[in-house]
Design a protein around this ligand. Structure first.
Ligand code: NAD
Length: 349
């Protein structure tokens, strides 16, 4: 089996690539990644020499390049994670999100259809998406697979659009597809522009920890390895044409989460309890900030037997340990352009 994984140098993609390369040594795994600011081959340095792993540097917006690699490598299946993924960046530069998330996805669908048309049933296009496509919830309720789409940020609008294109290729051309929509991930290798790694980085260096608005937004959090395990199960056992929601049954108000993180870090760094909470700084809320996301993953649990394997406390502790044990990774990604992005986002508001 030749599996093309797109976006494999990013946060979630790197965990999916490692899982497939190590768990399925008889598969050939191809990681196609453009290496944007969010892509980092260091995430995969432990498996880069494996015989069943190949890195391909390329852009999914470039249809000619996709034609070349589909012709050359003859992939059996695609797991599509490549995306522009940060909501704040989508607010300042929406077009980049349309290009990669919409046009890039359609290019991949076209390449798959063209190359697989004679034996479509032997192939699979698995698209990885987000629960943000469903919009925002009030204090009650959960997103299910039949919740109507209501994307509200340029990021979620671009992901919603890509989900629709994937399903359209299934209905119109018979392309075998699967889609999964997952809640917020956290864990090792997460770029420090997102809430948890940014807070870990700042608490560690005793810098202000920015929290949007009053910190009242609620998110469901899932440890990234549990997402990778869900992708593995859905890829192998999920039903073609189906959508599966993935979540941690683990809702946290942002401010409560940051309090917990401060306490974990105080304990690990030998600081007095309460020390890091003093770093919390409320900043102007994100434009159009969705209040609450919460996801019902009972279909995945019931049909495929998947469950989150770690509690939030365990996952957070492992995550903090990883960042404390890998200061070089954090330093390499927070040098250069990161500084100007950070200042524009959190200091000139
Ligand atoms: P990420 O930003 O860490 O990684 C994205 C990867 O895609 C990077 O390696 C980047 O270099 C690559 N990429 C970007 N544009 C590309 C292009 N034009 N061509 C080829 N490669 C390109 O993102 P992530 O957090 O790992 O998210 C991966 C996927 O999972 C995305 O599709 C995202 O929408 C989805 N998702 C993320 C979360 C989350 O909490 N992070 C939750 C649910 C779903």
């Amino acid at each position: 089996m030749k599996v093309l994984i797109t976006g494999g140098a990013g946060f979630i993609g790197s965990h999916v690539v490692r899982l497939f390369v190590t768990k399925y040594p008889h598969y050939q795994v191809y990681n196609l990644d453009k290496l944007t600011y969010a892509g980092n081959l260091e995430n995969l340095s432990d498996i880069e020499d494996r015989e069943n792993y190949t890195f391909l540097r390329g852009d999914i917006v470039d249809a000619g390049y996709l034609e070349e690699i589909f012709s050359g490598y003859k992939f059996d299946a695609v797991i599509h994670l490549a995306a522009e993924s940060h909501v704040d960046r989508s607010i300042s530069d929406p077009l980049a999100f349309v290009e990669t998330n919409v046009i890039g996805t359609v290019n991949l669908l076209n390449a798959a259809r063209r190359h697989w048309k004679d034996d479509l049933g032997k192939h699979l296009f698995y698209h990885i998406s987000t629960d943000e496509v469903y919009g925002s919830l009030g204090e009650q309720g959960l997103f299910t697979e039949s919740t109507a789409y209501d994307p509200r940020s340029p990021y979620s609008a671009s992901k919603a659009s890509s989900d629709h294109f994937v399903r359209a290729w299934h209905h119109t051309y018979g392309l075998p597809v699967k889609v999964s929509n997952c809640s917020n991930n956290y864990g090792p290798n997460h770029f420090p522009e997102k809430l948890i790694p940014l807070a870990i980085h700042n608490i560690k260096s005793e810098k202000p920890v920015p929290v949007y608005g009053k910190g009242e937004n609620v998110r469901d959090w899932l440890y990234v390895l549990d997402h990778a395990r869900a992708i593995d199960v859905i890829f192998h056992e999920g039903r073609v044409g189906e959508t599966y929601n993935i979540g941690g049954v683990n809702e946290w108000r942002n401010l409560d989460l940051i309090h917990l993180l401060c306490d974990v870090m105080d304990q690990k760094l030998g600081r007095e309890k309460g020390h890091s909470r003093k770093l919390i700084t409320f900043v102007k809320d994100r434009a159009g900030h969705d209040l609450r996301y919460a996801i019902d993953s009972s279909k995945l649990m019931r049909e495929l037997g998947w469950r989150p394997s770690v509690t939030f406390e365990e996952g957070l502790s492992k995550t903090v340990d990883w960042y404390l044990e890998n200061p070089g990774w954090l330093e390499s990604v927070t040098s250069g352009n990161y500084q100007s992005y950070y200042e524009q986002q959190y200091t000139n508001r």
